[in-house]
Design a protein around this ligand. Structure first.
Ligand code: TYM
Length: 331
């Protein structure tokens, strides 16, 4: 029997090159080898302010981006998180196997809440890793392919699962992270100490999967580097290091090969070459996206996520029932 893979992305905007290299590209690569469940994490996305109309569109666009990146709806279970109500219900149960202090230590919560006024930070944002644990444990996932920024959330998922199991019996499988070296941490083009994020207020900081070629090249030209003017893979040159990482991911070349390729060349040439390589890769995704993004395809898309939710429920419903029984509810 194939092992179960589960992962999701928040529909909080058009996906970025970070989401693609850190997650989606790897999902596509493993779709034949595992039983894969990939969802659109809409429940997670409202932990920060969303405009309802834009969110509605972004959910559909995220489904299309999953397919455009190469996920096959016949091979994978592709669904929308809120269509499977068991996620939220299990989240509530798991809130009671989680401690406040554990949530307070989550770096993503600390980072995101620091950007907001103290008295308007939502409880949902604080509690979000518990919902993420529910997403994973509901399907007895073996492996969770994510970028480096989610490592701490996976650790807390394992802690919660172990704690629940020790109180109520052997209910949950303890999942493992699946974080590939390459692409696990794509940084902002404007501040290489921060990860590339679709919610960055400066659009020059990220490459969106749907950016046009000229926009992509312009953003790479503006990417923050340093005054060394030497293409070297070194933590002392974090901006250049990030661009080398991106170029390596796209071309499959090692960092040493990239250094050789650009020996003696200035940053100008390097940045444009990286931009073109990224634009060429995204052009294929964009062409598929445009094909999907037409009114004739609406029914097809609905069918994809409706069938996905149906398949997801086949596992989620009995699992939640098992949990309810274990805690003593009348089912
Ligand atoms: P999200 O929507 O922030 O990101 C989706 C995926 O993209 C990866 N990623 C990156 N990888 C490399 N470099 C970057 N700059 C970068 N930015 C994002 C993330 O690591 C992630 O794999 N909490 C999750 C969504 C989620 C989830 C889950 C994931 C909810 N429930 C259960 C796995 C399993 C999130 O906010 O991802």
């Amino acid at each position: 029997m194939k092992q179960t893979i589960l992962s999701g992305i928040q529909p909080s905007g058009i996906l970025t090159l970070g989401n693609y290299l850190g997650a989606l590209r790897n999902w596509v690569a493993i779709q034949n080898d595992y039983d894969c469940k990939y969802f659109i994490a809409d429940l997670h996305s409202i932990t920060v302010t969303q405009d309802p109309k834009t969110l509605h569109e972004n959910i559909k666009k995220t489904v299309m981006q999953y397919l455009a990146c190469g996920l096959d709806p016949d091979k994978n279970t592709i669904f929308i998180q809120s269509h499977v109500h068991e996620h939220a219900e299990l989240g509530w149960i798991l809130n009671n196997s989680t401690y406040m202090g554990e949530m307070e230590r989550m770096t993503q919560f600390k980072d995101k809440s620091a950007k907001q006024k103290k008295d308007s930070v939502r409880v949902g944002l604080f509690d979000y890793p518990v919902l993420m644990a529910a997403d994973i444990l509901l399907y007895d996932a073996d492996l969770v392919p994510v970028g480096e920024d989610q490592r701490q959330h996976l650790e807390i998922t394992r802690t919660i699962a172990r704690r629940f199991n020790s109180q109520y019996g052997d209910i949950f499988k303890i999942p493992e992270g699946y974080i590939s070296e390459a692409g696990a941490r794509i940084m902002s083009l404007q501040d290489p100490s921060k990860k590339m994020s679709k919610s960055d207020s400066n659009p020059n900081a990220y490459i969106s999967l749907l950016d046009a070629k000229d926009v992509i090249i312009k953003k790479f030209k503006k990417a923050v580097t340093d005054s060394e003017n030497v293409v070297r893979y070194s933590s002392e040159q974090p901006g250049v290091q990030n661009l080398i990482n991106i170029y390596s991911c796209i071309t499959g070349k090692t960092a040493t090969e990239v250094e050789k390729e650009f020996e003696g060349a200035g940053y100008g040439t390097f940045k444009v070459t990286v931009g073109e390589a990224v634009a060429d890769t995204l052009a294929m995704i964009q062409a598929k996206y445009e094909e999907l993004n037409s009114p004739e395809n609406e029914d097809f898309l609905k069918d994809v996520y409706a069938k996905g939710a149906e398949r997801a429920r086949l596992l989620a419903t009995p699992k939640l029932r098992q949990v309810y029984e274990a805690v003593g509810f009348i089912v």
